[in-house]
Ligand binder design. Structure first.
Ligand SMILES: [Zn+2]
Length: 109
């Protein structure tokens, strides 16, 4: 299977389409293109045990987001108000922008 390119960017609103947080919507905090993962606000919260350190003498359990595979999320289109497939379009000035494949709305400002 050929994977399409990652169109997700920081600050995008995405919907989770697979995994334990399926159906939830969150904001992209970080994109790791090398690992094909995205960190999404309030998605995939995992409790982690931490060892005692200088700043946290007790150690303990810390909750935080863990990046998920970007192909488990879909970009939300503000116009369609639903997750959509994204295409690329080249503008007259040569700039490439993302477009919603449903309503053809440009998704980059
Ligand atoms: Zn749309």
């Amino acid at each position: 299977m050929i994977q399409s390119k990652c169109h997700v960017k920081v600050d995008d609103k995405v919907k989770v389409i697979a995994g334990k947080d399926k159906g939830k919507i969150g904001k992209v905090l970080k994109v790791n293109r090398k690992k094909n993962r995205v960190l999404v606000e309030n998605i995939n919260i995992v409790k982690r045990h931490t060892k005692p350190s200088a700043t946290n003498r007790q150690g303990g359990i810390v909750e935080g987001e863990v990046p998920i595979r970007w192909d488990n999320v879909m970009l939300m289109c503000n116009k369609c108000v639903k997750p959509v497939r994204v295409g690329m379009q080249q503008l007259e000035d040569g700039k490439k922008v993302r477009v919603c494949r449903e309503c053809k709305e440009i998704m980059d400002s």
